[in-house]
Design a protein around this ligand. Structure first.
Ligand SMILES: [Zn+2]
Length: 204
């Protein structure tokens, strides 16, 4: 397996009324003389993940970064007038998140960015800003998306942990109070028994 450390996100730059999938993009790219589709994965508007180029092979999606990256293309990115728009569905973002999580688990991923973030840093300030973008692809801020997703997951996690903790505290409080009751009952029944037995003994 080649050394993979980046996940780069793209848009197909197609309109909502265009039906596009991995096979269609494969045909586009092959008609340019390429061996195969340039992306490793394609995510359809319903969230379906289609396999493009095998991940062990370098893709063809961002010049200079193909050798060590995985390229994912979301279908969409243009409105009906052909203007760039973040019109990707929740299902697409969910599938994208799952893919990225999988790659982070499997590889040593240090960068999760959009195509436009690899534009040349003209003013050398270490940041790729809008005025430097060669392309708008993938039509949304990948860094922002990933950050808010991570935040959401962590909030969900800590909420679940709190619920689990509260549940455990309640469970043990219940067990404690029950066992105290049991002890009380046990003690009083012992007392009752001993009283009975002592009175028996006086009688006897
Ligand atoms: Zn792109």
């Amino acid at each position: 397996m080649r050394n993979i450390n980046k996940v780069i996100i793209h848009a197909s730059a197609t309109k909502p009324n265009q039906k596009v999938n991995a096979d269609i993009i494969r045909n586009w790219h092959k008609s340019k003389g390429w061996l195969d589709i340039g992306y490793h994965f394609v995510i359809l508007p319903d969230g379906t993940i289609e396999i493009g180029r095998p991940i062990e092979k370098a893709g063809a999606h961002v010049k200079g970064h193909n050798f060590d990256s995985i390229g994912i293309c979301l279908i969409g990115g243009l409105n009906l007038k052909g203007k760039p728009e973040n019109n990707f569905t929740e299902n697409q973002f969910n599938s994208l998140g799952l893919l990225v999580d999988g790659f982070k688990w499997q590889f040593n991923i240090s960068e999760i960015k959009g195509h436009r973030d690899y534009s040349p840093d003209k003013n050398k300030d270490g940041k790729i800003t809008k005025n430097e973008w060669v392309k708008v692809c993938p039509c949304f801020d990948v860094g922002e998306w990933y950050e808010s997703r991570t935040k959401e997951i962590n909030t969900g996690k800590s909420k679940m942990e709190k619920q689990a903790k509260d549940g455990m505290v309640k469970l043990f409080t219940d067990v404690d109070s029950n066992s105290n009751d049991n002890n009380k009952n046990l003690n009083s029944s012992r007392k009752r028994k001993s009283r009975r037995s002592s009175s028996n003994s006086t009688n006897g």
